[in-house]
Design a protein around this ligand. Structure first.
Ligand code: AMP
Length: 224
């Protein structure tokens, strides 16, 4: 099973991606994770990619495209893959499509999580981290996971601790706008890549504005 998943930052793509990966038992290949691993291991690829990532820009296609096409040739990908974070622009979409055609590899599903840009931005800015456990979901802009109010204080909705904080990069509006600028660009950006696939295969689109559970339900129904 070969799957692509698209969704803007803040759409819950990571969460849904993990669920899809489990359903099909295929490796979850995330471009951002591969880059970060290379940066922490100080590999030549990591050294080259770091400056672009630090500036919030895309790593150039001549580095990213071969890196991903090589990754898809590794043994664990023989049973399929879930590609997340690639393609991120039209050129990458064209390169991936050409490589798949050449190797006669089918694309089984292309998933798109739709979310309005303003809502996606609010969701990122509303995230709150619990000091006790980072995995306790709290978001001041999402009703289903809103932190609780207790004695006039905002507390973690899971454990009740008072130490909720916002991650600095979640409050960096310029960085969020830059990332979203790339995603919502229908000319050469990520949405251009999504549209490119829409002309070639059936793209499964789900509404990302509802709760995590509801998104999963719609997705599972459409995946069949
Ligand atoms: P992510 O973890 O998906 O947010 O990716 C972190 C960073 O890695 C991005 O901001 C980009 O700088 C870089 N990156 C991830 N995927 C790609 C891609 N497909 N093409 C170019 N750069 C990418």
């Amino acid at each position: 099973m070969n799957i692509l998943i698209f969704g803007p930052n803040g759409s819950g793509k990571g969460t849904q991606g993990a669920i899809v990966q489990k359903k099909y038992g295929v490796p979850h290949i995330e471009t951002g994770v591969i880059f970060r691993q290379n940066i922490s291991k100080k590999t030549p690829l990591g050294e080259k990619a770091k400056a672009f990532i630090d500036r919030g820009e895309l790593v150039p296609d001549d580095i990213t495209i071969p890196m991903i096409l090589d990754r898809l040739k590794e043994d664990d990908c023989k049973k399929g893959w879930l590609l997340d974070g690639f393609p991120r622009n039209l050129a990458q979409a064209e390169a991936l499509w050409a490589a798949l055609q050449k190797e006669k590899i089918d694309l089984d599903y292309v998933i798109e999580i739709n979310l309005d840009r303003e809502i996606a931005k609010n969701r990122i800015m509303g995230r709150r981290l619990c000091k006790i456990d980072n995995n306790h979901p709290n978001n001041i802009f999402i009703d289903a996971i809103k932190p609780h109010e207790h004695d006039g204080k905002t507390v973690c909705r899971v454990c009740g601790c008072e130490e909720l904080s916002a991650r600095a990069d979640d409050q960096d509006t310029a960085a969020i706008d830059k990332r979203h600028g790339i995603y919502y660009d229908t000319k050469t950006g990520t949405l251009a890549a999504v549209n490119y696939f829409k002309e070639r295969v059936k793209v499964i689109s789900v509404d990302g504005s509802v709760g995590v559970k509801e998104v999963t339900e719609e997705l599972m129904k459409k995946l069949g």
